[in-house]
Design a protein around this ligand. Structure first.
Ligand SMILES: Nc1ncnc2c1ncn2[C@@H]1O[C@H](COP(=O)(O)OP(=O)(O)OP(=O)(O)O)[C@@H](O)[C@H]1O
Ligand SMILES: [Mg+2]
Length: 258
């Protein structure tokens, strides 16, 4: 059975894209069939895997086909990355989608309808969300079995989570009763710093009873920062690095749960 995971946090720059790519490749290295979906007009997942920004067929076209009720091949947008993951790319042309959706019937379920055309072909579909709680993010949550929430262990980390979790609850109530929180994942963790320790403790105290907070966190590392410009995952960049080990452990935890 295919498991769809939305990687979301409306706060910018917390490691959503980095986590989508490396969790995806980590799962593929464990023999899973993985599709990564770039649901951000910034197109960072697409660029971060080395694809160009002017790709002709993107997620936008696929969603438009659904909206217009046109018959189409869902695989037309799918690209193959050499590390064994498939990718539905995006670029800035997706920007207007939030607005276009407003007038559409069942506007929360357009992405879900598209992804359902491919659930037989994949074990995991990972959606890299944009840093907002707009219509594209609601679409991702409506399509997902779970939401994975990357969080940087900073002082205000817990603040934005309240708002995000409200949206998850709202989606659960209105569009997707199945949805659950996959877990809160600490990223860019400077584990030796007391500040980091303190903030992780605070998030665990606030949310640990309601939902999983991943034991294993992702360290802040030069290697992880480097990969975005290389078009590869941390595994290809340096499979023995701490960053690679941490994303491997995350993939294992996610796989165990599925
Ligand atoms: N563990 C890490 N160590 C060091 N740098 C990191 C790490 N994870 C991510 N980065 C860097 O931090 C920046 C933000 O990461 P990323 O793009 O994954 O965040 P994001 O949440 O997807 O951002 P946005 O909200 O803009 O979509 C990038 O430059 C990335 O290379
Ligand atoms: Mg991103």
């Amino acid at each position: 059975m295919c498991r769809v995971i939305a990687v979301s946090n409306q706060k910018g720059g917390v490691g959503k894209t980095t986590t989508s790519i490396n969790l995806g490749v980590g799962l593929a290295r464990m023999g899973q069939r993985v599709l990564l979906v770039d649901s951000d007009p910034q197109g960072h997942l697409t660029l971060g895997l080395g694809f160009p920004k002017n790709i002709r067929v993107t997620l936008k076209n696929m969603m438009e086909n659904i909206i217009m009720g046109i018959e189409f091949d869902p695989k037309e947008a799918v690209l193959h990355h050499k590390e064994g993951v498939d990718v539905v790319p995006s670029n800035k042309l997706l920007t207007g989608m939030d607005m276009s959706l407003i007038t559409v019937d069942d506007r929360e379920k357009v992405l879900k309808e598209y992804l359902e055309m491919m659930t037989d072909d994949y074990d995991f579909i990972i959606i890299d969300c944009m840093p907002s709680l707009g219509m594209l993010t609601i679409n991702a949550m409506s399509a997902a079995n779970s939401v994975l929430i990357p969080v940087q262990p900073q002082y205000y980390a817990a603040d934005g989570l309240t708002e995000l979790l409200k949206v998850v609850k709202g989606t659960k109530k209105r569009f997707n009763p199945e949805i659950e929180v996959e877990g809160i994942l600490f990223t860019m963790d400077s584990a030796r710093y007391n500040n980091s320790k303190r903030n992780k403790k605070a998030v665990k105290a606030a949310y640990g009873k309601e939902m999983r907070v991943f034991e294993n966190s992702i360290p802040r590392s030069e290697a992880i920062a480097e990969i975005a410009s290389e078009g590869i995952s941390i595994f290809e960049y340096d499979s023995r690095s701490k960053g690679a080990k941490s994303y491997e452990m995350l993939a294992q935890e996610v796989l165990n749960r599925a």
